[in-house]
Design a protein around this ligand. Structure first.
Ligand SMILES: [Ca+2]
Length: 406
């Protein structure tokens, strides 16, 4: 499961003078043969880019070697019908190799990471874990040329407005002189560098931690990228010293209607209800927390804190947040997740997820949208349906649940 950095709103970025005063005019037609309609689109886009502050010289330089990339469109269209189950994802995302490599990367960059932690108040293990998930600690940063990929996606139109905004942001980055067009590479969908920032997020949140005047998230040196990730988490309210979540054990007879992200209590109140960490101790008071059962009553249970929702700003999937949090714990020397998972359960396909949402909504348990995304509203609808039928309301959107709804 490739989890790209999700879009966040673009603020106004400071604009530098064009660093390319010597850019020579290059005709698009002279360099590469482009599909005529793509070339027409570029002509139209040029006007929109210039009206948003991109200089003719920047545009010329950025598009001098632009290519139409059909393989990017194939990737965009080829979304997997079946998503991985959480435990399958965690097997890869927090594999022993990734834990080992994370501890090694943490040791190698300890000095830089502790300076970043001191500046932004985000634990070095958490920053390292995001680095590990986004690019395998810098090993897989993506070599797709950004202007070509983003222009192709913007031209294609399936998510045209989003990718055109990313392309404009990419041109602003080039205009500011942080990177050259040739070095501005990333994943096919526009996520760049060690911690996979999309261009709009880069403009808003990337930082120059090395002090050389460039926010260089592409270089082999990960310093600016790691600091940018810490700055991003800080900006969205990271609380130092608070865990993302803690694996917990629920007592016999626990009322499952109290689980889910919408219900928050202090760890002390949860302790009064019998919730304990895996050593049997009360969870220390780190602020209000919810009880999350990502795979229902037969999987692991987590007490999650506000920092969980800060990691969601990087990627909203619960699986991603749990992977980042758990990997950070493992890098810090913590144990594997101790509960078992319902490994015999297969995942639902996209159409099965939509079917479940339709059936729940029809039965009077509104899921909000019929989009095939099992988010808090769908989980809540499952829980209410289960409670209404006298079932254990663990909110687990399983195949068994779908069969029952049918
Ligand atoms: Ca720098």
């Amino acid at each position: 499961m490739a989890l790209a950095f999700l879009p966040v709103s673009t603020g106004a970025a400071p604009m530098a003078q064009s660093p390319f005063p010597d850019a020579r005019p290059v005709s698009l037609a002279q360099t590469v043969a482009l599909p005529a309609r793509f070339e027409n689109w570029i002509s139209g886009f040029r006007g929109r880019a210039l009206s948003q502050g991109i200089t003719a010289a920047t545009f010329q330089r950025a598009f001098a070697r632009v290519e139409y990339m059909p393989q990017v469109i194939r990737r965009d269209r080829n979304q997997a019908e079946f998503s991985k189950q959480l435990w399958e994802y965690l097997d890869t995302a927090v594999s022993e190799a990734r834990v080992r490599n994370g501890r090694s990367a943490f040791a190698t960059h300890r000095r830089t990471l502790s300076q970043i932690e001191a500046r932004y108040g985000v634990e070095a293990e958490v920053v390292t874990a995001i680095w590990g998930l986004e690019s395998a600690y810098g090993a897989v940063r993506g070599s797709t040329p950004m202007v070509s990929a983003l222009a192709t996606l913007a031209y294609d139109g399936r998510r045209g407005a989003f990718f055109e905004a990313q392309l404009i942001a990419a041109l602003k980055i080039l205009q500011a002189g942080d990177i050259t067009p040739g070095r501005m590479t990333g994943s096919w969908a526009g996520a760049m560098g060690h911690t996979q920032f999309i261009p709009t997020s880069y403009l808003d949140y990337a930082v120059d931690f090395t002090g050389d005047g460039r926010r260089d998230i592409w270089s082999d040196d990960p310093t600016d990228a790691l600091a940018s990730t810490a700055a991003y988490l800080k900006r969205f309210g990271w609380t130092k010293g608070q865990p993302w979540g803690v694996e917990v054990r629920l007592p016999q007879g626990f009322d499952f209607s109290q689980t889910g992200e919408k219900i928050k209590r202090s760890p002390r109140d949860w302790a009064r209800m019998g919730v304990r960490d895996m050593t049997g101790a009360q969870v220390p008071n780190h602020g209000k927390a919810s009880i999350l059962l990502p795979a229902g009553a037969r999987g692991a249970t987590f007490m999650i804190f506000d920092n969980f929702h800060v990691i969601e700003r990087y990627n909203t999937a619960d699986a991603y947040v749990i992977a980042v949090g758990h990997l950070s714990d493992r890098i810090a020397g913590g144990p594997p997740i101790q509960a078992s998972w319902p490994r015999g359960d297969r995942g639902l396909s996209l159409s099965e997820k939509k079917e479940m949402q339709r059936l729940l909504t029809r039965a009077g348990f509104d899921t909000g949208k019929i989009d095939g995304i099992i988010g808090p509203n769908t989980i809540d609808a499952v829980r209410r349906y289960q409670a209404s039928r006298g079932l254990q309301p663990d909110g687990y959107a399983s195949l068994d649940m779908l069969k029952r709804l049918r």
